[in-house]
Design a protein around this ligand. Structure first.
Ligand SMILES: [Mn+2]
Length: 321
């Protein structure tokens, strides 16, 4: 890629707003609601006309692991396929999706067809945009060491996703069949203990992970997997993984009604949840404000909120949510 193209691509990256959903666990209602609330879709979950430069990322566990609902899978499939130009839908696999594939592989009967399972296998394990890493659970040493190796080989993220697919879905390294597979998507049993344990040189895993992330030029991790009551958790494990902002976006949306994070083109993160809505004065006001920030409001999908107003709203979001 030439220098000019690179710059243009960078420019395009910066204009993209991102909606992050997590752990919706077969619950379509909370997904449709969040998509409507930010002005991306109508009530039925169909893209509104005129939407540009938006990325929807689901950090995994879109399905229930014991009873995956084909309708839910097909909804995401169609959201992805019908995304307008300059928009995309990234569906990351969580441990639910991995476990569904494992169970199907073991011959367990479920409502998903081979076509549905093939759709899951085509989705990615992680996503990097700018200085943000999106994945289902917590970054592990294995995952980051592999990423760094690929980066040093000038392979880029596509190669990683390709490698992951081969390793897990084609069973090449047999990771798919055991616990290591789930650890790759960040499903660690005791995270605090994991980040606190020391390597042979006496350095805790968390510090090593922080170093690896910095070498990868990543300073923010957005993930789900571990439920929080009502609101998202910001600066999680900041003592254990210093210098890295880890955002846990799982606010148990299927129980609380809705939850999401919005990342603006400058990398500023806002949280959307029932508490934020309450603080800001209810659904109508909340939706209007969000849509104005995102440029998805009725007043014209092109116009953006004045800088001063945005700062006020940003402060409210930060202190309360
Ligand atoms: Mn999970």
């Amino acid at each position: 890629m030439g220098h000019k193209n690179k710059e243009m691509k960078h420019e395009a990256d910066r204009q993209i707003h991102t909606l992050v959903l997590s752990d919706t666990d077969n619950d379509l209602q909370s997904v449709r609601y969040a998509l409507w609330l930010v002005g991306l879709c109508d009530r039925q979950g169909r893209w509104r006309k005129g939407i540009r430069h938006f990325c929807v990322i689901h950090t995994g566990d879109w399905l229930n692991k014991f009873n995956p609902n084909p309708e839910v899978l097909e909804f995401f499939q169609s959201l992805q396929a019908s995304a307008p130009d300059s928009c995309s839908v990234v569906l990351l696999v969580g441990n639910h999706e991995v476990e569904i594939l494992q169970r199907a592989d073991a011959g367990v009967r479920m409502r998903l067809t081979p076509g549905h399972l093939a759709f899951i296998r085509r989705q990615d394990v992680l996503h990097v945009a700018g200085n943000i890493l999106y994945l289902h659970g917590y970054p592990t040493l294995n995952l980051l060491a592999l990423l760094l190796q690929i980066k040093q080989e000038e392979g880029g993220l596509n190669l990683f996703n390709e490698r992951f697919r081969k390793a897990f879905y084609e069973g090449r390294y047999a990771l798919f069949k055991n616990r290591e597979g789930l650890e790759m998507v960040g499903d660690i049993r005791n995270v605090k203990q994991y980040y606190s344990q020391e390597r042979e040189n006496g350095e805790p895993y968390g510090v090593q992970i922080s170093n690896l992330l910095q070498q990868l030029e990543i300073d923010t991790v957005i993930h789900g997997h571990r439920p929080n009551v009502l609101i998202q958790l910001d600066y999680e494990f900041y003592n254990e993984v210093p210098g890295i902002r880890i955002i846990n976006n799982d606010n148990k949306a299927s129980m609380t009604g809705f939850g999401a994070a919005v990342v603006d083109p400058q990398g500023y993160v806002r949280f959307i949840n029932p508490k934020a809505m309450h603080v800001l004065g209810g659904e109508k006001v909340f939706r209007t404000k969000i849509c104005r920030i995102l440029g998805t409001g009725k007043a014209g999908l092109a116009r953006r909120l004045l800088a001063g107003q945005e700062a006020v709203l940003a402060a409210a979001f930060q202190s309360e949510c």
